[in-house]
Write a protein that binds this ligand. Structure first.
Ligand code: 3PG
Ligand code: MG
Length: 399
């Protein structure tokens, strides 16, 4: 199996050709103002876009944003993303008000060599996410008709069997973009022979979301550190009461079983920051993990846990981190995530940050992005890769 990449396409010559680029411009937006709160995913696709415009291609970018239900929904419009993309490229980005309709056709038609257009949200069309192959295929036909070659640079969406990810590449010459290539190279290092000790840090709210990756990683890692909302289901499995903390009761037995099989590789919090309410100004204290008051909920890992996790990371040679350690969006509950992130940057290790939330946390906390080995643009996608699943968007690029 081989996957051709952008250099192969550039070598064929793209000047004057219409090249479709599937990007993942699904950026977080401020709920009140609609402003883009983290443009990391837009910046991540720039190398592919500038390589194509520099070679004289007519570049047609498409993406999803949020989860609209197959019909136009203004709150999920990509228009603000087009504006930001134009600023970052230092060039005008033509915006089409639909994806495969009249506006898209005329926008693409008007492109000069070296120009970029962005089409409106793919998910405004039912065919994009349809489980019905015929419906998806019909939409893919319309998308494919807009271009002459296809570049997949949407790493964050490669785990989705959607028209723009899976069916369009079947209809056009296709290559992996710079970002997809880099992401896959990095993750392949982790699934291959990672340098040891290999330490994984997992957080986020649900055990059920992470169960498959924990199962897949347990035999491979030297240590697995668990924080975030999901740690409370593990603490409960250890026999502790967790107050009103996030708890997946139906996963307790599974966690108990994992802990038994983990051979001491799983490290859990020994102290947590417990609060009266899920609010930035809630009264809170650091308590032992086995003494969470019944009326309180844990919103962060405590300082002793941070120190223990930092010690477990200090000699690591390979690190993968997915999921915040606490509610980092609230200053009172951000210390766990910050402390663990800083410990990761201090280790003399190849470190990979996976996931929308952890990547956003790195930037929101003002940490230096360059002190990590790689910051992935894919949350679900990087986890599914590490689980060893076949990713539809990668499979579609193989020849
Ligand atoms: C993401 O943010 O995880 C990707 O853009 C994929 O989005 P989705 O989970 O809505 O498919
Ligand atoms: Mg997701």
């Amino acid at each position: 199996m081989t996957i051709r990449n952008l250099d192969d396409l550039l070598a064929e010559g793209v000047s004057g050709r219409r090249v479709l680029v599937r990007a993942d411009l699904n950026v977080p937006l401020d709920k009140q103002t609609g402003a883009i709160t983290d443009d990391g995913r837009i910046r991540a696709v720039l190398p592919t876009l500038t390589a194509l415009t520099g070679a004289g291609a007519k570049v047609v970018v498409f993406s999803h944003l949020g989860r609209p239900k197959g019909a136009p929904d203004p709150q999920f419009s990509l228009r603000p993303v087009a504006a930001r993309l134009g600023e970052l490229l230092g060039a005008q980005v033509r915006f089409a008000e639909d994806t495969v309709g009249e506006s898209a056709r005329s926008t693409v038609e008007a492109l000069a060599d070296g120009e970029v257009a962005l089409l409106e949200n793919l998910r405004f069309n039912k065919g994009e996410t349809s489980k019905d192959e015929t419906e998806r295929g019909a939409f893919a036909d319309q998308l494919a008709a807009l271009g002459e070659a296809y570049v997949d640079d949407a790493f964050g969406a490669v785990h989705r069997k959607h028209a723009s990810v899976f069916d369009v590449p079947a209809r056009l010459p296709h290559v992996a973009g710079r970002l997809v290539l880099r992401e896959v190279e990095v993750l392949a290092k982790l699934t291959g022979e990672p340098e040891r000790p290999y330490v994984v840090v997992l957080g986020g709210s649900k055990v059920s979301d992470k169960l498959a990756v924990i199962e897949a990683l347990l035999p491979k890692v030297d240590r697995l550190l668990i924080g975030g909302g999901m740690c409370f289901t593990f603490l409960k499995a250890q026999g502790h009461e967790v107050g009103t903390s996030l708890l997946e009761e139906e996963m307790v037995e599974t966690c108990r079983n994992l802990l038994e099989r983990a051979d001491g590789k799983i490290l859990l919090p020994v102290d947590v920051v417990a609060a009266d309410a899920f609010a930035p100004d809630a009264a809170h204290d650091t308590v032992r993990a086995d003494a969470i008051p019944s009326h309180r909920l844990g919103l962060d890992i405590g300082p002793e846990t941070v120190a223990g996790f930092a010690a477990a990371l200090a000699d690591a040679k390979t690190i993968f981190w997915n999921g915040p350690m606490g509610v980092f969006e609230m200053a009172a509950f951000a210390n766990g995530t910050r402390g663990v992130a800083e410990a990761i940057t201090k280790a003399d290790a190849f470190s990979v940050v996976g996931g929308g939330d952890s990547a956003a946390a790195v930037r929101a906390l003002g940490l230096d992005e360059s002190s990590f080995g790689h910051i992935s643009t894919g949350g679900g996608a990087s986890l599914e890769y590490l689980e060893g699943k076949t990713l539809p968007g990668i499979a579609a690029l193989e020849d």
